[in-house]
Design a protein around this ligand. Structure first.
Ligand code: SF4
Ligand code: SF4
Length: 125
């Protein structure tokens, strides 16, 4: 698959708008870190903060919302690393605020895929 040169910002914005509830949920994350211990990848990777569920969602979908969808392919590549390499969507993480981390990471994957970026066809050389 040929690598896409630049993201289609309009498509990214539209996909972000389809899940406005996720933007709301991101805003209610209080950064308490309680979700961390329920993620086996965080526990099994010496509690590396980049494996914390909240870190992964804030720096993937959260980053997309923060930039209002105006992302570069390089940024989408960085997000790809988080959402595929640091999460397996096992749905075991628990947030007392009711935030569904896997649903948001899955949606970040969908947005990446809309731009030709995925685990299979990644933007990396
Ligand atoms: S996702 Fe939930 S448990 Fe994790 S830091 Fe945010 S509020 Fe706390
Ligand atoms: S869904 Fe992702 S963040 Fe949640 S426990 Fe599983 S690997 Fe960790």
């Amino acid at each position: 698959m040929e690598k896409q040169k630049s993201p289609d910002i309009g498509v990214i914005k539209e996909l972000l708008n389809q899940k406005k509830n996720m933007k709301f949920f991101l805003s209610v994350c209080v950064g308490c870190g309680m979700c961390a211990e329920s993620c086996f990848l965080y526990v099994n990777n010496q509690k590396d903060p980049s494996y914390m569920p909240s870190f992964k969602v804030i720096n993937s979908l959260g980053r997309m919302y923060k930039k209002k969808g105006e992302l570069t392919m390089e940024e989408l590549g960085e997000i790809k690393s988080l959402v595929w390499e640091k999460c397996v969507l096992c749905t075991r993480c628990h947030c007392p605020m009711g935030i569904s981390i896997p649903a948001m990471i899955a949606w970040a994957r969908t947005i990446c895929r809309s731009q030709g970026i995925s685990r299979e066809y990644g933007s990396d050389e």
